[in-house]
Design a protein around this ligand. Structure first.
Ligand SMILES: *[C@@H]1O[C@H](CO)[C@@H](O)[C@H](O)[C@H]1NC(C)=O
Ligand SMILES: *[C@@H]1O[C@H](CO)[C@@H](O)[C@H](O)[C@H]1NC(C)=O
Length: 445
């Protein structure tokens, strides 16, 4: 073709009468494409019916428009390239000023009846109206397809998942004796092309594409199929920020709420609020995940376990609050029995008495001993001051012991409440520390 072009340039420059001028129409006319239209359209393009038509096919990925887990749909935007040989078409480029290729409307000649098995919706994007025909009969047809296809999406590891979706291409009615389907280029080349072409920088990262050739046998007839497998990885950041982290934060809040004083009802209210916040987040999950799945998604396990732990902690808080309330009620009853007897007056006096009667005996003796010692070493007026200080200290110790006794006066339910609270907090923290790392390891491996 380049030689022909040079010849034309040379001939115009040199001014000699130009050679024959050719048009594409000449080729079309020569082939009888318009006058003998049916001949090129109706039957498979072979001169001997026993020869199969070999269809070579490429599928390149332009973009991943969507992966919908709920409906198990994979929507890629692909570019298909098909090449086959029409044995009825051939011309000598030298007779037509070197024209070696023409483009003609695709309706004018036979086209293979290609079927994409996973496709569930007709493609509505504009289709390429032309085919490219070579002088040796090779016909090339390229087209863009927005493929809405079904794909079995495994959400077990959502949102740290890698998905594999198949696109199976085969002839609708021609068996392997009539149409053979082969890949045009190998998988690594297609992967490389796709990675260069891919436009979308969305949720999915395209990893690679593999091609497999398989024969499908139905009713004794064999169909050849080409299976393109797209492997892609989800970019999980959005889901982590939107979903996993907030739930984790709520869990931390719930853990922190153990440090709110038990005496007041605030703790209970706080825990209920956190639990409600988690339930709202669970609604989002319901929108994303499909109803059916072979294995329980790890994210569901994560949510349910956290939810269960928080529910348990709420129940424990209710129990603790109940025990404390009972305790204070019991105490109130006691105080009613002894009118005017509060912890600070009569009980205290009682404790002081009991304390001095046994526990403080040695101390009192020691004090007396010290006084005699002091009397011996210091002058009477000095020792007097020390004595006063000692008296003051004794008084202080008595009051302190009395206070301690007053606290111990609290009922057994209060002690149990504190114990339960402490034990549950340790259990809670422990299970969180075991379960979270375990689930994250499972998730990312
Ligand atoms: C086109 O048709 C004419 C007349 O029917 C025939 O002579 C010619 O051989 C045909 N050309 C080709 C390429 O078959
Ligand atoms: C399918 O059948 C054809 C024709 O019999 C054969 O050439 C080809 O190797 C087969 N392909 C596979 C994958 O078995």
């Amino acid at each position: 073709m380049r030689v022909a072009f040079l010849l034309v340039v040379v001939s115009t420059v040199s001014g000699t009468p130009s050679e024959k001028v050719c048009t594409y129409w000449d080729v079309v006319d020569y082939l009888n494409l318009t006058t003998d239209a049916d001949f090129f359209k109706v039957t498979r393009p072979t001169l001997d019916y026993r020869n199969p038509t070999v269809l070579e096919l490429d599928l390149l990925l332009f973009a991943i428009l969507g992966v919908i887990e709920k409906t198990q749909t994979f929507i890629p935007f692909v570019w298909t390239s098909m090449i086959w040989v029409d044995e009825r078409i051939s011309w000598d480029p030298n007779q037509f000023c070197g024209i070696s290729n023409i483009t003609i409307p695709k309706e004018m000649i036979w086209k293979p009846d290609i079927l994409i098995y996973e496709m569930i919706k007709k493609d509505d994007s504009p289709s390429n109206p032309y085919v490219f025909v070579s002088h040796d009969g090779r016909v090339t047809f390229d087209d863009d397809i927005k493929l809405v296809s079904t794909c079995r999406l495994d959400v077990h590891k959502f949102p740290f998942d890698t998905q594999r979706c198949n696109i199976t291409i085969g002839s609708a009615i021609h068996s392997v004796e009539e149409i053979r389907i082969l890949p045009l280029s190998n998988a690594s080349r297609i992967t490389q092309f796709s990675q260069e072409l891919i436009r979308s920088q969305g949720e999915w990262e395209f990893l690679h594409l593999s091609i497999a050739n398989l024969n499908l046998t139905i009713y004794g007839r064999v169909w050849e199929q080409l299976v393109f497998t797209f492997v892609m990885k989800r970019r999980p950041h959005l889901h982590v920020i939107n979903f996993l982290l907030p739930i984790l934060f709520f869990l931390c809040l719930d853990l922190a709420s153990f440090f709110i004083s038990d005496d007041r009802g605030e703790k209970l209210g706080f825990k209920v609020t956190v639990l409600l916040a988690i339930s709202v987040l669970l609604l989002i999950l319901n929108d994303i995940l499909p109803a059916m799945s072979n294995q329980t998604p790890l994210i569901a396990t994560y949510c349910i376990l956290i939810f269960a732990l928080m529910l348990l902690s709420l129940l424990v808080t209710i129990l603790v609050t109940y025990l404390m309330d009972r305790d204070s009620e019991l105490k109130d009853d006691k105080q009613e029995v002894v009118p005017g007897g509060t912890c600070n007056t009569e009980e205290k006096i009682h404790t002081i008495r009991s304390c001095t009667s046994n526990g403080l005996e040695p101390v009192a003796k020691e004090v007396q001993h010290n006084t005699t010692l002091l009397n011996a070493t210091f002058k009477p007026d000095d020792s007097h001051i020390f004595l006063l200080i000692l008296e003051e200290l004794k008084e202080l110790r008595k009051t302190r012991n009395a206070d301690a006794g007053c606290k111990q006066e609290r009922g057994s339910s209060f002690i149990w409440a504190t114990r339960i609270n402490k034990a549950f907090f340790i259990f809670y923290l422990g299970s969180v520390l075991v379960f979270l790392p375990a689930i994250f390891i499972k998730w990312t491996h």
